[in-house]
Design a protein around this ligand. Structure first.
Ligand code: 1CP
Length: 342
C-alpha cells in the first residue's frame, strides 16, 4: 500500500513528497466530461457508483498519491433545509438573510439524510484496495455559512459580511448550527473509511485578522477538534490567507494548506515550523511548457523542505482548461525527486 500521504501528514519520514491535486476529479479530464454529458453534477454526487468512478479517474490517469471523495461542500446544505442547484457553481434559492431564516435551519443526521456520501466512501475504499489513501472533506463553517447567506459564489460576499457587521449575534447563531452539522458530517466520513480529512475555508481570506478570529477560526477549530480522536490526519486550507497565518497556528489541524501567494518556506516560518504544509504551485503554471512546469515544481519542493512535512498540491483547484499531459508532467516530476527534509 502507498501510505506516503498519511506518513507525510503525520510528519513521519518519507522517501519522497506525496502529491494530490485539489479538484483532481473534474472537467479537465475527458473521462469526467463524458460522464457529466450524461448526468448533472448533483446526480453525480448522489450516485455512489458514478461518484466512485470519477473519484478513481485521477488515480488511474495521473497516478497521484491520494484520492479525494467526489462530492461538494454544499452537499450537507440540502438536509439543513436549502434548495441547492449547480450551474456550475452552487445556487441556493432560499438563502439566510434574517433571524427567522437562521431559526429554521436544521441540524441533520448526515448518515440518514446524505447516506450516499458514506456509501461512496465505502465503495471507493473497496475499489482502491489500499492503492492510495482516501481523503474526505467538508467546507469550514465560515465558508459554508457564506454560501448559505449569499446564495451563490460572490466576489465580495457582501451579504454575509453585511450580516457580520449589522447583526453579529445572528451570524454566530448560524455558524453554531453549521459547525454542529459539519462536526457530524465529517466524523461520519472518518467512520465510513476516510483516512485523512480536509476542511476547505475558501472564503476566510476575505476577513480581516480580527474578524477571522471571531467568525472563522473558532468554528473551524471546533470541527477539527471534534474529529481529532478519530485518528485521521486533518488538513486545514484557507485560500488567500497569508495575513491570517499567525492566527491559523491556533486552528488545531495537523497540516495547513497554503496557496501560491506566499512561499512555503515563509509560510512555514509564520506557522513556527510546527505544521506539515500542503501546496502550493499556482494552478496557472500548468498552462506553461513541460520544462517550465518541472522547474517550478522543483522550486516548490525546495521551499517545502523547510517544514516538518510537505504534501505537494496546487495552491487551489486545477483549472478546467489544463492539458492532462501537463498534470502528468507535474506528478512525474514530484514523484521523481527525493525528499530533502530538514
Ligand atoms: O460542472 C461540474 O462538473 C461541477 C463543477 C464542480 C466540481 C467538479 C463543483 C461545483 N464542485 C465540484 C467538486 C468538488 N468541489 C470537489 C471534488 C473533489 C476534488 O476532486 O477535489 C471539492 C473538494 C469541492 C469543494 C468546493 N466546492 C469548494 C472548496 C474548494 C475551493 O475550490 O475553494 C468550494 C468553494 C465549492 C463550491 C463550488 N462548487 C462548484 C463550484 C464551481 C464551486 C466554486 C465556485 C463558486 O463559488 O461559484
Amino acid at each position: 500500500m502507498n501510505d506516503l500521504l498519511l506518513r507525510a501528514l503525520r510528519a513521519e519520514p518519507v522517501e519522497r513528497t506525496p502529491i494530490w491535486i485539489m479538484r483532481q476529479a473534474g472537467r479537465y479530464l475527458p473521462e469526467y466530461r463524458a460522464i457529466r454529458d450524461k448526468v448533472s453534477f448533483r446526480e453525480l454526487c448522489r450516485d455512489p457508483g458514478l461518484a466512485t468512478e470519477v473519484t478513481l479517474q485521477p488515480i488511474d490517469r495521473l497516478g497521484v498519491d491520494g484520492a479525494i471523495l467526489f462530492s461538494d461542500i454544499l452537499v450537507p446544505a440540502e438536509p439543513m433545509g436549502f434548495a441547492v442547484e449547480f450551474n456550475p457553481g452552487p445556487l441556493i434559492d432560499n438563502p439566510v438573510r434574517s433571524a427567522a431564516d437562521v431559526e429554521r435551519v436544521r441540524i441533520p443526521d448526515p448518515e440518514e439524510t446524505v447516506p450516499f456520501v458514506y456509501e461512496t466512501i465505502r465503495s471507493v475504499r473497496a475499489a482502491l484496495d489500499g492503492r492510495v489513501p482516501l481523503i474526505g472533506f467538508a467546507g469550514a463553517p465560515f465558508t459554508l455559512a457564506a454560501y448559505l447567506v449569499e446564495g451563490r459564489g460572490s466576489k465580495n460576499f457582501e451579504h454575509v459580511k453585511g450580516m457580520m457587521y449589522a447583526d453579529p449575534a445572528n451570524l454566530h447563531r448560524l455558524l453554531d448550527k453549521v459547525t454542529e452539522t459539519t462536526e457530524r458530517y465529517l466524523a461520519a466520513q472518518v467512520r465510513a473509511g476516510a483516512q485523512a480529512v480536509q476542511l476547505f475555508d475558501s472564503w476566510a481570506g476575505l476577513l480581516s485578522r480580527d474578524s477571522y478570529r471571531e467568525f472563522a477560526l473558532p468554528y473551524a477549530r471546533r470541527v477539527l477538534e471534534h474529529v481529532r480522536d478519530a485518528g485521521a490526519p486533518r488538513i486545514y486550507f484557507a485560500l488567500n490567507s497569508a495575513h491570517l497565518l499567525p492566527a491559523i497556528r491556533e486552528c488545531g489541524a495537523d497540516a495547513v494548506g497554503i496557496d501560491w501567494r506566499i512561499g512555503l518556506d515563509e509560510a512555514s516560518r509564520m506557522l513556527d515550523d510546527r505544521f506539515v504544509v500542503q501546496g502550493n504551485l499556482d494552478p496557472c503554471v500548468l498552462m506553461s511548457a513541460p520544462e517550465a512546469i518541472a522547474q517550478r515544481a522543483r522550486e516548490v519542493l525546495a521551499q517545502g523542505a523547510a517544514a516538518p512535512g510537505h504534501v505537494f498540491n496546487l495552491g487551489h483547484g486545477i483549472l478546467p482548461g489544463t492539458p492532462v499531459e501537463h498534470a502528468r508532467v507535474l506528478v512525474e516530476t514530484v514523484q521523481g525527486q527525493q525528499r530533502a527534509g530538514r
